[in-house]
Write a new protein. Sequence first.
Length: 243
Amino acid sequence: MKIFRVVAVKTILLVLLAGIAYATPSTQIWIPSTDIQPYKKVHFGLDSYIKTQSQNGVTEPTVSNIGLTAGILPYEKVQVELGVDYRDTGGDHTYPLLFNAKIGTPENALFTGSPAIALGGYDFGTKNDITNYNLYYGLVAKTFGNFGRFSAGYYTGNKDLLVDIDGNKDNNGVLLSWDRTISEISDKLWAAVDYQGGDNGYGALSVGVAWKFAPNVGVIFGYDIFNKSTYKPTATVQLDIDF
């Protein structure tokens, strides 16, 4: 019950602070997906990223992300979602708002057998050279029967903030993922693996599973291993609710 009280309080705070809000882009475990929220559907997400290893005896703080995402276009073949996140890093609420947007088409929308296509951006912050990571991406995805869905794409971002551990520009890379409903066990069970290229703080290999507790409620349990060992792995728990 405690987590639901926290969710309720933080949701109210978000509304008070941001007015009308939308949220994080629809994702796999870590990277964006080609999924887009349908028209008038509002998606609430509460994500936590917990460091599982310390560095020099110090463990980095947990990152929590509250977001709302909404579909805004009343068409089946072309869809758009908009969102805003409230991000808390170990109690630091400085410049917490981040925005995102996505436009795309689902599989088979353009012609029979056509892949899903998505273009979007996320982590558009409000403070120049502090939170304006400004990641833009393009993705295509295709489902191959029982083999699941495969996605591939590319991203680029703010060259002043997306750097490697030596401070050198490292602001682009590939996006890859596989996901599938594990219907052999249950239609409520889903699994995914995704990868974001780059030696910056976004580059990581992530794995996870999700369970739908209700048609509109699911929880993802995942693990993120960053491309550079300087960035310690994180365990992630993501609560998703559709309205």
